[in-house]
Design a protein around this ligand. Structure first.
Ligand SMILES: [Mg+2]
Length: 189
């Protein structure tokens, strides 16, 4: 019997790309409100060096590849899984999307990379792609989207500190731990 390679789809932002600002944002709004005593909604220009640095970090820091990408590429190269990127990013982010795909997958080992080029609702786009690509597993960080997709396929959820108390069977703190799980799952293949 020909072995079935597991088809795994990955979201981009918050899954393959890591955004540190996402974690520190609640801390920053606390600092702004209680320490800098700023009105959160007012336009605010950073004055000193530290404020400037924080400002840059919050607004200009782009994401970087999540730890675990190397393990993911290895698993694909060993033919344990077929990997797809399915991002709900809209059409206007195409250039940035392509740039990140080249960073993450320089050897072009992914089976396909898709973004939301017709600007559909994110959850509908992902639902459609899961069906079209016949994905066995999808890895997602947005809890609302996990809820939409979990009837369609097995969804591994990467949670953040704010919703860590939500109970869910396939809940992971990071891409790295997802990769440990996938490695275990495919160990006999
Ligand atoms: Mg995401």
């Amino acid at each position: 019997m020909k072995k079935q390679i597991l088809k795994v789809g990955f979201d981009l932002d918050g899954v393959l790309l890591y955004n540190p600002a996402r974690i520190i944002r609640p801390i920053m709004s606390f600092i702004k409100r209680y320490i800098l005593k700023r009105d959160l909604d007012k336009f605010y220009y950073p004055k000193n060096k530290i404020e400037k640095l924080i400002w840059w970090f919050l607004h200009k820091s782009s994401l970087w590849p999540s730890p675990g990408i190397k393990e993911l590429i290895m698993l694909v190269k060993k033919k344990k899984i077929n990997a797809y990127v399915v991002s709900a990013r809209y059409e206007l982010l195409e250039k940035d999307f392509t740039r990140w795909i080249n960073v993450i997958d320089p050897d072009k080992v992914f089976s396909g990379c898709f973004y939301n080029n017709r600007n559909d609702q994110p959850q509908l786009f992902k639902k459609k792609m899961i069906k079209k690509l016949n994905l066995d597993i999808f890895v997602e960080d947005n809890w609302d989207i996990v809820n939409h997709l979990k009837k369609k396929t097995k969804v591994l959820w990467i949670y953040n500190i704010l919703d860590r108390n939500i109970m869910y069977e396939y809940k992971f703190p990071s891409l790295m731990t997802v990769m440990v799980y996938l490695k275990q799952l495919t160990i006999n293949n």
